[in-house]
Design a protein around this ligand. Structure first.
Ligand code: FAD
Length: 470
């Protein structure tokens, strides 16, 4: 489809010269997804600078039945932010003001286009802490992380975005503005409407501003890199650590040896922190306020775990530089998979206790389809969230491997279902899993999603074809 020229003129006039571009070179980076898996097309990119402008844009789009795709930092991994059919692209990049940081009320008000890392820094300067942390935090936006209900490395302790939002400002598909910008921690006045828009991937409304919870700044921090004989031991270690450190464990990230080898081979300035090789590793971090020393209980916990054979070796970061070096190993894992050829990724969650058996059964099922496939499962073990990724067999044909994405995912997702898990833990549905969720969700739930979409977006102009097809 192409955008109706009369509608395009009205939109351009509304936002003025700074608020749009039709230059294909400027639009191009917005059309390609981070991994190069999805490429879209659009001839008009709008960059509104206020909620009032977003409201008028959507009113025009609704009236003229012009479809719109909201976009934040374009780091989404399921194609939700990509306009596949020539839709208007609505970039939130100019709505990038932090409206307020309230260190007494422990909350911040940020516009949708604020980059996550900027919000973290602003909280830090106010002697507070915003815990959402992802490898894409230098690019992804507050609006995007709300709309995908992003998770990341601190969910174990602080929850995902759904738990970090106190209030929202959102523009409905017909242009009405819902002002839900409350900073209340308790509000039981009926339906919690804001939750509808969190994780809706831009299909029910455009988020323009968010009230976020802030926390007291961690003063004590301990970070360990631990070698383990198997995944069952990693789960046992998590329980021991939670017990030893009084529930202060904020991150517990699993990495397989093959993933570490990929990082060491492809990411500059990385080195193996341990002398001996192990099949699995965990990066664990605990944080606390002042006068709550963590180093000693962590070291004791690890020493006993090694003595008991739960872990085989461990190192505790002795400085901030060492801590950053340990985290670099984990955070570069996705990047390090790229030079290894095509990889097929699954963002799944499972009951934590089921993970070891799932990895064995799921891995064997994919190996049966593609002999020699390299399983690289890693992720947020403490949340039961595994990025169950597979790299093309060594020396194999990447294109032929990637062509089997759906076939491989079907086997993986069926296995996830057998173990009572979810086929999307934190990345969302977008287009990638839109048809897949129909297989795994009950018909009542799917119909309720359609009812909601029709009620809020009767002309289906907002991110059509994403999450749920009408
Ligand atoms: C290297 C890397 C690591 C990642 N790690 C994690 C991780 O650990 N945990 C995790 O949860 N995710 C992770 N992600 C993916 C994650 O989804 C994004 O990083 C982030 O949440 C999306 O934010 P964004 O601003 O880039 O949104 P975009 O990609 O631009 O958009 C994502 C979705 O939100 C919608 N949207 C964007 N802004 C708005 C708005 N203002 N109003 C309404 N809808 C909107 C879009 O239409 C789209 O459907 C990672 C991605 C990368 C590239």
């Amino acid at each position: 489809m192409s955008i109706d020229p009369a509608a395009a003129e009205r939109l351009k006039e509304l936002v003025g010269p700074k608020g749009f571009t039709e230059d294909p070179r400027q639009i191009a980076p917005h059309l390609l997804e981070w991994r190069g898996k999805y490429r879209g097309r659009s001839s008009l990119l709008l960059r509104p600078h206020s909620t009032a402008e977003v409201s008028r844009i959507l009113a025009i789009c609704d009236e003229t039945r012009t479809p719109v795709v909201p976009q934040g930092g374009n780091t989404g991994l399921v194609g939700g932010q990509i306009p596949f059919d020539g839709e208007v692209l609505l970039s939130m990049s100019r709505m990038n003001r932090i409206r307020d940081i309230n260190s007494d009320g422990m909350s911040a008000v940020a516009e949708a286009g604020v980059i996550l890392a900027q919000l973290q820094d602003a909280a830090d300067r106010a002697d507070c802490y915003f815990p959402l942390s992802l490898a894409s935090e230098g690019t992804c936006t507050i609006g995007g992380t709300v709309s995908t209900n992003a998770g990341g490395i601190n969910v174990l302790r602080y929850g995902n975005m759904r738990e970090l939002v106190l209030g929202l400002e959102v523009v409905l598909p017909d242009g009405r503005v819902l002002d839900l910008l409350h900073a209340l921690r308790k509000d039981n006045t009926g339906y919690d409407i804001k939750q509808l828009f969190i994780g809706a991937e831009g299909t029910l409304g455009v988020v323009t501003a968010v009230v976020l919870k802030l926390f007291s700044k961690p003063v004590e921090r301990v970070t360990a890199f631990v070698a383990l004989p198997d995944v069952r031991s990693a789960i046992a270690l998590l329980h021991r650590m939670q017990h030893a450190i009084g529930g202060l464990v904020s991150a517990f990230e699993l990495m397989p040896r093959i993933g570490l080898d990929m990082v060491l081979a492809h990411i500059p300035q990385t080195s193996d922190p341990l002398q001996t090789r192990a099949p699995w590793y965990v990066i664990a971090e605990a944080t606390a306020g002042a006068n709550s020393p963590l180093q000693e209980p962590m070291e004791q916990c690890l020493a006993v775990a090694i003595e008991d054979g739960v872990a085989t070796d461990a190192v505790v970061a002795a400085s901030e530089t060492q801590r950053e070096a340990l985290w670099r190993l984990r955070e570069s894992l996705s990047e390090a998979q790229k030079p290894e050829g095509g990889s097929i990724k699954h963002d799944i969650s499972l009951p934590i206790a089921a993970i070891p058996d799932f990895l064995l059964r799921g891995g064997a099922a994919v190996e049966k389809l593609v002999p020699g496939v390299r399983a690289v499962p890693f992720g947020h073990l403490g949340d039961g969230n595994v990025h169950f990724n597979f790299s093309v067999p060594q020396g194999g044909d990447s294109a032929a491997f990637l062509a089997r994405w759906e076939e491989i995912s079907r086997v993986v997702h069926d296995t996830v279902q057998d173990f009572g898990g979810s086929i999307s833990a934190e990345h969302g549905v977008g287009v990638m899993k839109r048809d897949e969720i129909l297989r795994y969700k009950g018909t009542g739930e799917v119909e309720a999603m359609r009812v909601l979409k029709r009620a809020l977006d009767p002309h289906n102009i907002l991110n059509p074809g994403k999450v749920i097809e009408l």
